[in-house]
Design a protein around this ligand. Structure first.
Ligand SMILES: Cc1ncc(COP(=O)(O)O)c(C=O)c1O
Length: 356
């Protein structure tokens, strides 16, 4: 099949990446971070593309963040050589892969419990260079993480004394909009670690919703935004950027117009994801914002056109800005990089499906 040269030649449903906007988002964040002397370590789970990871590093990022070993392996294959894996790694197979990865790149990981520390230590005990391990702190998100400073210090000491490991600092993924609380809890953890005689070289935090407040942190030495590269409807809702800054859209075709108030498109939950993230509806129709994306079957998107019954016709091609870009990236084999109406490239989503 010939590669499309123009957007009107792209078969649907398809993911479009406005490359000019993605690059502008990378540069805007990097220049903000540079202005405040705060190193960026972008999370590549949003795009899963070595090309954009490389762009982020070329723009000035100190390295990248990957959520899963599979993503990190893909990025290492592509030459990305400084990776933080903020995840509890458990199990023989994963530990063997982690060890192999550590031989190829500068690697650090996180842990929030003694069993993970023990597994890492066993896997790295006979290695000349210790694995750098950070303690994950729950600072309000309510996911993984030790619950207070004393627990962070205790686990930090365990890491520092475990064969094959070195304590490298603290990591948190803060709750959106609660960066101040996260910072206070991190500061408490840093103080507790120091009282326990530990050096805390890295304090890494992140999150696109609070990106433009990152410089207010009193303890962070590094910031890990992910979604900022594409943005999405949720991040626009959070005020991080505007719809015109959003780089990822799903191109879809109106396949049915059964009644005046309803249009059906060929992108359902398997293209847009069912993520609502607290929002009403499943996205924004870029060409007709009054049309409401009211529901999703697996392969059908339900559009409520009652506010403008003449808005859409069968065969129309429209772009939907999804609520959550990162999950959409994991649903498509390829993305189309576009600049205006020109298709610049069609790239395989190299780390797609690498969830282990
Ligand atoms: C550990 C960690 N760091 C950084 C990020 C990036 O967050 P965001 O996509 O809000 O920028 C995430 C997102 O899931 C994460 O889990």
């Amino acid at each position: 099949m010939a590669k499309p040269r123009r957007t009107d030649e792209i078969d649907t449903p398809a993911v479009l990446i406005d490359i000019d906007r993605a690059v502008a988002n990378i540069e805007r964040a990097q220049s903000y971070a540079d202005g405040h002397g705060l190193p960026l370590r972008p999370h590549i789970k949003t795009h899963k593309l070595p090309m954009l990871a490389r762009r982020q590093v070329d723009a000035g990022a100190v390295g990248i963040t990957c959520q899963k070993i599979g993503e990190a392996e893909v990025m290492a294959d592509a030459g990305l050589d400084d990776i933080l894996l903020p995840y509890n790694i458990l199990g023989r197979d994963k530990l063997a892969r982690l060890r192999a990865l550590a031989d190829r790149v500068t690697l650090s990981v996180t842990a929030d419990n003694p069993l993970v520390v023990a597994g890492l230590s066993e896997a790295f005990a006979d290695r000349a260079t210790p694995l750098r391990v950070l303690v994950e702190c729950d600072t309000g998100m309510g996911r993984c993480g030790v619950q207070d400073g004393e627990a962070a210090a205790a686990l930090g000491r365990m890491i520092e004394t475990a064969p094959g490991l070195a304590f490298a600092g603290l990591m948190t993924y803060p709750a959106a909009g609660r960066a101040e609380e996260a910072d206070a809890r991190l500061a408490e953890a840093v103080a507790a670690c120091r009282r326990a005689g530990l050096d805390v070289p890295v304090v890494t935090t992140g999150g696109t919703p609070d990106l433009w407040r990152a410089h207010l942190s009193t303890v962070a030495t590094e910031y890990r935004p992910g979604t900022y590269v594409y943005l999405d409807r949720y991040q626009v809702h959070k005020g991080v950027g505007t719809v015109d800054d959003c780089a990822l859209t799903v191109l879809t075709t109106v396949v049915s117009r059964p009644v005046p108030g309803r249009a059906i498109v060929d992108a359902g939950s398997k293209a847009l994801t069912s993520d609502l993230l607290g929002l009403a509806g499943h996205g924004i129709v870029m060409e007709a914002p009054s049309v409401f994306v009211s529901g999703l079957s697996e392969e059908h998107g339900h559009l409520d056109c009652s506010a403008d019954p003449g808005a859409l016709s069968v065969g129309d091609r429209i772009r939907i800005l999804p609520n959550h870009a990162c999950v959409v990236s994991n649903l498509f084999d390829v993305v189309h990089l576009v600049s205006g109406d020109t298709v610049v490239d069609v790239l395989p989503v190299a780390a797609r499906g690498r969830v282990g």
